[in-house]
Design a protein around this ligand. Structure first.
Ligand code: CMP
Length: 436
C-alpha cells in the first residue's frame, strides 16, 4: 500500500505538518532567544513535535514521489529516495529533546532544537504551497503573481524573525528590559539593517556582532532587490488580460477615428468589445491552447463547451466520440442584436450552434418570419447538407454567443458519424417542409 499524491488524507496530513513546522519555526527561535523558566508550554509543544514528526517519518515511507514528471509507486524506490534525502533531517526534527532538558543538557539540546528549523527547508521548497496555490488558482481565480508575493513576504518575515532572535542571543540583555522590549529592539535593528536604512542608533559592539551585522546586510541587499523586482512585475502583470483588452480597444478606437467611421458605428464596435469582455470570451482560445497536445486540448475543449453540449439535445444522448470530434472545430463568435449572420442566396461555408441568445429566420424581403431559434439550435446547416445557396436570411434579435463549424469540418464529422448525419438530414427535411 502506498499513498498517492492525490490521496486526500495525505494532503490533509501534509498540510498539518506544514502548519506545525511553521509554528515550530516561529516558536523555537523565540525559546532559544529567551530561555523559559521551565514552562509547561515548552514540554507540551516538544512532545507534540516529536509525535507528529515521528508519524510523518512513517508516512513518508509510504508516500509516492515524482521523478521526471512520473509518480513513483515502488515501495523500495520510495524508501531509497527518502533515505537519500529528507529522512535524516526529519529524524533530527523528531528527536525527543524534551527528555534531555536537565541543566547539563540544556546547551546541547538548545542547539539541537535549532536543527528542527531545517524542516522549514520543506516550506522553502515551496512544493506544498505551490500545490495548494494551484488549487486556489483554479478554484478561486487567484492571481499567481500575487500568490508569489504573499509567499515571499511570508518567508521574508520568518527570516527577519530568525535574524532578530539571533541578535538577541548575541547581545547581552540589559538590566530591567522586558522580553517584549528586547524583541522589539532586535526586530527594529533587523529591519533597519535588512532594508539598508541603517539609522545607526543600534550598532554592533563586539567582534561577533559585527560579523553578524555584515552577514545580515548582505542578505538584506539581495532579498530586498528581489522583493522590489517582484512587486514591480506584480503591478505590471496584475491583470494582463484586462490590460491587453484595453490596449486593443484603444488601438481600434484610434483606427476608427483615423478612418472617420461614423460615431454610431463606432459605438457598435465598442458595444461588441464590451460584451466580449463581460462574457469572458475575450481570451483568444485558439492561440492560447495551440501548444497543448491534441487529446488534452480536446479534454479542455469538452470542459469549456460543456454548457453548450448540455443545451443540444442530440449531443446529450451520448456518443462521446462525436463530441470529441466536434468540440475542437467549434470556434466562438459573438454577434450584436439585429445583425445579419446569413443572407439568403449567399453560398454556405459554415453552420453554427447557438449558445445564448435568439435569432430569427426570415425571408429575403424581411416580411415573413419562418422560425425563431434559441439556445442549442443548429442554424445554417441546410446550405451545407443540400449543397445549395442559403435558403433564408438569419438575423440576431439579442446578443448572441454562437459556435461556428466550418463546412470542411462538418463534412468530416458527417462521414465519421452516420447517426449524426441522418439526424441532421431529418432536421433539414423538416425545415424544408415548413418552408412550404
Ligand atoms: P441555410 O439554408 O444554410 O441558411 C438559412 C438557415 O435558416 C437554414 O440553413 C436553416 O438553418 C435555417 N432555416 C431555414 N428555414 C428554416 C425553418 N423553416 N425552420 C427553422 N430553421 C430554418
Amino acid at each position: 500500500m502506498v499513498l498517492s499524491q492525490n490521496n486526500r488524507y495525505r494532503e490533509i496530513w501534509e498540510l498539518l505538518i506544514l502548519v506545525v513546522t511553521v509554528y515550530a519555526s516561529i516558536e523555537i527561535p523565540l525559546r532559544i532567544a529567551f530561555p523559559p523558566a521551565n514552562d509547561r508550554l515548552r514540554y507540551f509543544s516538544d512532545i507534540l513535535f516529536t509525535i507528529l514528526f515521528s508519524i510523518d517519518i512513517v508516512v513518508n515511507f509510504f508516500a509516492t514521489y515524482r521523478e521526471k514528471g512520473k509518480e513513483i509507486f515502488s515501495r523500495k524506490r520510495i524508501a531509497l529516495n527518502y533515505l537519500r534525502g529528507w529522512f535524516w533531517f526529519d529524524l533530527l526534527a523528531a528527536f525527543p529533546f524534551f527528555l534531555f532538558s536537565d541543566e547539563s543538557w540544556v546547551e546541547i539540546t538548545t542547539f539541537m532544537r535549532a536543527l528542527r528549523l531545517i524542516k522549514m527547508g520543506r516550506v522553502l521548497k515551496v512544493t506544498k504551497i505551490a500545490e495548494l496555490s494551484k488549487h486556489w488558482q483554479t478554484h478561486h481565480m487567484l492571481n499567481p503573481s500575487l500568490l508569489r508575493i504573499v509567499f515571499f513576504l511570508f518567508i521574508i518575515s520568518l527570516v527577519t524573525h530568525w535574524i532578530s532572535c539571533g541578535w538577541i542571543l548575541l547581545r547581552p540583555k540589559e538590566e530591567g528590559l522586558s522580553n517584549a522590549d528586547a524583541y522589539s529592539l532586535a526586530l527594529y535593528w533587523a529591519i533597519t539593517t535588512l532594508t539598508t536604512v541603517g539609522y545607526g542608533d543600534i550598532t554592533p559592539k563586539t567582534l561577533w556582532e559585527r560579523y553578524y551585522t555584515i552577514a545580515v546586510m548582505i542578505v538584506g541587499v539581495g532579498s530586498f532587490g528581489y522583493i522590489i523586482g517582484n512587486v514591480a512585475s506584480f503591478l505590471a502583470n496584475m491583470d494582463i488580460v484586462k490590460a491587453n483588452y484595453r490596449k486593443k480597444l484603444e488601438e481600434i478606437t484610434a483606427f476608427l477615428n483615423y478612418r472617420a467611421i461614423p460615431p454610431a458605428l463606432q459605438k457598435q464596435v465598442q458595444d461588441y468589445y464590451e460584451y466580449l469582455w463581460e462574457s469572458r470570451l475575450g481570451n483568444d482560445e485558439k492561440t492560447l491552447l495551440e501548444e497543448i497536445p491534441e487529446p488534452l486540448r480536446t479534454d479542455i475543449a469538452m470542459h469549456m463547451r460543456k454548457d453548450l453540449i448540455k443545451k443540444v439535445s442530440f449531443f446529450q444522448k451520448g456518443e462521446e466520440s462525436l463530441l470529441r470530434d466536434i468540440v475542437l472545430s467549434l470556434s466562438p463568435r459573438v454577434y450584436l442584436p439585429n445583425t445579419y449572420i446569413i443572407r439568403k442566396g449567399d453560398p454556405g461555408t459554415f453552420m453554427f450552434i447557438i449558445s445564448t441568445g435568439t435569432v430569427e429566420v426570415i425571408s429575403e424581403d424581411e416580411q415573413s418570419v419562418y422560425a425563431t431559434l434559441g439556445e442549442g439550435s443548429f442554424v445554417g446547416e441546410m446550405a451545407l447538407v443540400l449543397d445549395q445557396p442559403r435558403t433564408a436570411s438569419v438575423v440576431t434579435r439579442t446578443y448572441c454567443d454562437v459556435y461556428i463549424l466550418e463546412k470542411s469540418d462538418l463534412d468530416i464529422v458527417l462521414l465519421r458519424h452516420p447517426r449524426f448525419a441522418s439526424h441532421l438530414r431529418e432536421m433539414v427535411a423538416e425545415r424544408q417542409r415548413n418552408h412550404g
